[in-house]
Design a protein. Structure first.
Length: 115
């Protein structure tokens, strides 16, 4: 399975973006899927994750209340709705999926938030 992330771009602080991660195959058996980000000179960090059915999710403390992760198993896609963006949200965003002890990564999409 390949993951293809899209939706990044340049936005002003306070703006919104919606990231998408489309899988080349079924994601129904992916127990966890998520979004990570990596800012320049920083380690990659988990921003949000969602379980297999979409009933449980996790958010990094700094994005709680602003970001929403969702998944559409029928469309083999996960999303990250990002609102009230801040300059510190800038980075490359990667989607990730975990299935049967295998971890899959997408190629990353750049998000830049200007002040």
């Amino acid at each position: 399975v390949q993951l293809q992330a899209s939706g990044g771009g340049l936005v002003q602080a306070g703006g919104s973006l919606r990231l998408s991660c489309a899988a080349s195959g079924s994601i129904r058996s992916f127990s966890q899927m998520g979004w990570y980000r990596q800012a320049p000179g920083q380690q990659r960090e988990l921003v949000a994750s969602i379980d297999q059915t979409g009933s449980s999710s996790y958010y990094l403390h700094s994005v709680k209340g602003r970001f929403t992760i969702s998944r559409d198993n029928a469309e083999n896609t996960i999303y990250l709705q990002m609102n009230s963006l801040k300059p510190e949200d800038t980075g490359v965003y990667y989607c990730n999926g975990f299935e049967f002890s295998i971890t899959y990564w997408g190629q990353g999409t750049q998000v830049t938030v200007s002040s």
